[in-house]
Design a protein around this ligand. Structure first.
Ligand code: CDP
Length: 252
């Protein structure tokens, strides 16, 4: 969060610098089952974000001391490619990616029926190929499609989206400039069917009224994105797909 100085992030007609309305999402495209060697996968483009998610498992957890005799563990690794941001990112985990990996693992573990797979690990890899703010939300949204694609039993998909405050207004789905120069950034993740919140972080300052307004706006957006996730899964598994198009069928 920073100071936008003289730059007006909302113009006189109430539009944002990228032309969006306050409650408008960036364009989102989701494709399920894009990798042949993973048990489940998804590719997602969300504005300037490009994200690949791959899932392996449930498989025996290693090292063995990680095993839980009562349930599976969900281990998510969020990684930003060196070329994903303006200044080359140093490869490998850093404090930020370790923290994001932890909170995304916990959000995903909430919807997976982990007790059905004791002693196993479900490994989720999120690779950020291009970043433009909101990568944890995009990554989580893609990861939940990849989990469903892997056939892992879940209560529901998880959908994630951020809202924030820029130029004094509560807005949906910040892009990079708004993230840098705005007054607040609040990524959330929800279980759309039950409207439960499984992740909520806040950077910046908001009134209770602004927070409530932002949450309502983001919950509505998440329900829309939920439709895109389900369409991505339906498209991949609907009949009439030829084998070359469907890696899982082709490898049989
Ligand atoms: O991506 P997300 O909004 O979940 O996380 P953030 O920590 O709020 O980062 C916002 C944006 O800053 C990222 O999406 C990247 O575009 C950028 N960033 C960067 O340029 N270099 C980093 N090492 C980390 C983030």
């Amino acid at each position: 969060m920073g100071d936008s100085g003289d730059l007006k992030l909302i113009d006189d007609s109430g539009k944002r610098l990228d032309g969006r309305k306050l409650d408008e999402l960036r364009p989102i495209k989701i494709e399920a089952n894009v990798l042949r060697r993973a048990d489940g996968s998804a590719y997602l483009e969300w504005g300037g974000n490009k994200i690949l998610a791959a899932v392996y498992g449930p498989r025996e957890a290693h090292p063995r001391h990680l095993q839980d005799p009562t349930k599976a563990i969900v281990q998510c690794r969020y990684n930003m490619a060196a070329f994903s941001v303006m200044d080359r990112k140093r490869p490998g985990p850093d404090r930020r990616s370790v923290e994001i990996s932890k909170i995304l693992s916990e959000a995903l573990a909430y919807v997976v029926f982990t007790e059905q797979f004791p002693r196993t690990s479900i490994d989720v890899f999120i690779e950020v190929l291009q970043a433009d703010a909101g990568t944890r939300c995009s990554g989580l949204t893609a990861a939940s499609v990849a989990l469903a694609d892997a056939g892992i039993p879940m209560k529901d998909l998880i959908v994630s989206c951020a809202f924030g405050k820029v130029g004094g207004k509560v807005v949906l789905d910040l892009y990079k400039e708004e993230d840098n120069l705005g007054e607040a950034d609040v990524p959330i993740a929800v279980v759309p069917r039950t409207e439960e919140i499984v992740l909520l972080q806040m950077d910046g300052h908001l009134t209770v009224e602004e927070l409530n307004h932002g949450l309502t706006m983001t919950m509505d957006a998440c329900k829309y994105i939920y439709g895109l996730q389900r369409d991505a899964l339906k498209n991949r598994y609907s009949t009439g797909m030829d084998n070359e198009e469907n890696p899982k069928e082709a490898s049989k």
